[in-house]
Design a protein around this ligand. Structure first.
Ligand code: MLT
Length: 255
């Protein structure tokens, strides 16, 4: 059985993994879902906004749990944290699960948008505007039409997020370095790269780039596109994602 860490996306929390935690623990795996960046129950790091500070929160959670090493999984911002783990504590990473994320850094326009968002949520002391706008870009058209309860529950999570945490995370993501270089020097780590077919935030092409970088490092990553899902594939198509994830973890355990 395998120890696996799953790091949530922005501006969500560990509850986004509820279905994966249920399926994987029922199969005998141990799952840790640390919350980072002030989201969920976590504290906003005292350190300046930086993805490395979120990786340190993952290191602390693993240390508290008595874990030396785990399969490191993350969705979107959680993927950025997984890349930072390869820089901050590579010995703690036995394999990678990269979901709906990308390894390139932001361009200047995207950085500015993040800083504008951070300033806005601080000024308003509210995440209401994000709760109204984000679900439409995070979820696929089929989820939005066929699963309005999911759209509402994603909006609810965003509404509940601490505005200061949201601002801190945006600033941390804005300064994140390119991680394609990190992946190219990661060695032949087992890796699963998974993407919703209709992910408009980090489309399949971003995942193909990560797959190529992992191959450059000597690895043989699995690349899976999940139909009927956008940027939140594990929430939109939990059964399909659980099946793919379980098969990967069982293969990793038997390596
Ligand atoms: C996420 O889902 O974590 C965000 O879309 C990441 C980002 O803003 O780059």
């Amino acid at each position: 059985m395998v120890d696996v860490v799953l790091i949530h996306g922005f501006p969500l929390d560990a509850t986004m993994w509820d279905s994966q935690v249920a399926a994987l623990t029922a199969a005998g795996h141990r799952v840790l879902t640390p919350e980072v960046g002030g989201l969920g129950e976590s504290a906003v790091p005292a350190a300046p906004a930086d993805i490395a500070a979120m990786a340190q929160q993952v290191v602390d959670a693993m240390t508290d749990a008595g874990w030396d090493q785990a399969v490191m999984g993350g969705l979107s911002m959680g993927g950025y944290v997984a890349f930072a783990m390869l820089r901050v504590a590579p010995h703690m990473v036995s394999a990678l699960v990269l979901m709906d994320t990308k390894a390139s850094a932001d361009d200047p326009a995207r950085r500015q948008t993040r800083r504008d968002t951070a300033a806005h949520v601080r000024r308003e002391a509210s995440t209401e505007a994000l709760a109204r706008s984000m679900p439409a870009s995070l979820l696929s058209a089929s989820s939005l039409q066929g699963n309005p309860e999911l759209a509402e529950s994603v909006a609810g999570r965003i509404r509940a997020a601490d505005p200061e945490a949201v601002a801190w995370c945006q600033e941390a993501m804005a300064t994140r370095p390119d991680s394609l270089t990190t992946l190219r020097s990661a060695g032949a780590l087992p890796a699963l790269v998974l993407c919703g077919e209709d992910d408009a935030v980090t489309p399949p092409a971003d995942h193909a780039q990560m797959v190529a970088a992992l191959r450059d490092a000597g690895g043989n990553p699995q690349f899976v596109i999940i139909p009927g899902a956008g940027h939140l594939a594990p929430m939109e198509q939990p059964e399909l994602v659980n099946e793919v994830l379980s098969a990967f973890l069982n293969g990793t355990a038997s390596d």
